[in-house]
Design a protein around this ligand. Structure first.
Ligand code: KG4
Length: 338
């Protein structure tokens, strides 16, 4: 079984061909970062136009593709920026009608949450920390259609916090990879930052207080290269401590509710952070749970996870696969299926 998949929810246009044998036969991801960089964040109108231009390129390149080998077309229908979602989903719909293939609308967040199973053998149910530019949540993945959110951010996401702190430090966008690199040379204990909501015994996160405290501290201490390195290390350390505390709470919830599981993973853009991965890996392994790391290229937005989600759905029972009336939806939630 092979699926041609398209991802266009934010500032990456990606297409991929994925098979049910867990192989990524093809993947091409084109990032629009350079067009958004000077604005310090993603500009929706610029992103939509970029997706449109890149789709044009995709249209030309798939002329050579043998569609006899493709079983279905999948695309991200939400959540995301409406311009990009319209471009990607319209392209997928046209292609599936033209080539008479099944059309599978995908929830981008569910695709992130299922992505660990593309490269690793996690069995349902498993626990996943989803940390991306738009979301931070602890989710119990029960099957390809059932996702239970144990807790999520009540304000900013972790990724957004990385991006805003990076901007305040005068570094680039996206902030996560830059902060991670500079943190390698810094002292993580140099600056004490708040750990919002960690005294509350639940699985919700809050990052806006950390963001404000970090920006205030940066404005007061504005300084040299050493200051930036130390600050990056201290900030990244604080995020890691928040993650650990909330993951610990989620393990308690699972225990108290008698839910048995043996696998854990982190997914989404922030999961590309090696320091955070190592920290959480150690924490999880100590609790005698298997930790599965998503490869770097599958952490940030990509079409392989969209294709894989489609395969998971096709292999699952009672799935509506040809809903041409499905509309792209910018604000769909984790547990909402298309
Ligand atoms: O999942 P993703 O690619 O896309 C959206 O949610 O749109 O996540 C992007 C986020 C950005 O906030 C970026 O700063 C963060 O992931 N990110 C990282 C790292 N790489 C990307 N955060 C921390 N460390 C990283 N190495």
């Amino acid at each position: 079984m092979k699926v041609l998949a398209i991802e266009s929810s934010c500032d990456d246009t990606s297409f991929s061909i994925v098979s049910d044998e867990k192989s990524i036969d093809f993947i091409k991801t084109i990032n629009h970062r350079k067009f958004h960089k000077k604005h310090g964040g993603v500009i929706p109108e610029i992103a939509a136009r970029q997706h449109l231009d890149i789709m044009d390129y995709l249209q030309k390149s798939i002329k050579k593709l043998d569609f006899k080998k493709i079983d279905a077309i999948a695309a991200t229908y939400g959540p995301g920026l409406i311009g990009g979602l319209i471009v990607g989903s319209s392209f997928a719909k046209g292609l599936s009608i033209g080539k008479q293939k099944k059309l599978i609308p995908i929830n981008h967040l569910q695709a992130h949450l299922l992505s660990p199973r593309l490269t690793s053998s996690l069995s349902f149910p498993y626990l996943c920390l989803l940390v991306s530019g738009g979301n931070t949540a602890l989710v119990l993945v029960k099957n390809p259609k059932k996702f239970i959110t144990l807790g999520s951010t009540i304000d900013d996401s972790a990724g957004e916090c990385f991006d805003k702190v990076s901007k305040a430090l005068g570094l680039g966008y996206p902030g996560g990879p830059i902060i991670e690199k500079l943190a390698l040379k810094g002292d993580r204990y140099k600056y004490k930052l708040p750990l919002p909501l960690t005294k509350v015994k639940n699985c919700n996160f809050s990052f806006s207080g950390l963001k404000t405290a970090a920006i205030d501290s940066i404005n007061k201490n504005k300084g040299n290269k050493k200051f930036i390195e130390n600050f990056c290390a201290s900030f990244q350390y604080t995020v890691g401590e928040i993650f650990k505390k909330k993951i610990g709470n989620s393990l308690d919830v699972m225990h108290n509710d008698g839910i048995k599981f043996k696998d854990f993973s982190i997914c989404g853009g922030v999961a590309a952070n090696q320091y955070l991965n190592q920290l959480i890996r150690d924490f999880i392994i100590e609790k005698k749970i298997n930790f599965h790391q998503v490869p770097l290229s599958l952490c940030t937005d990509n079409a392989a996870m969209i294709g894989w989600n489609a395969i998971e759905l096709m292999q699952y029972r009672k799935i509506k696969l040809n809903n041409y009336n499905t509309r792209p939806t910018p604000n769909v939630l984790i547990h909402e299926n298309f």
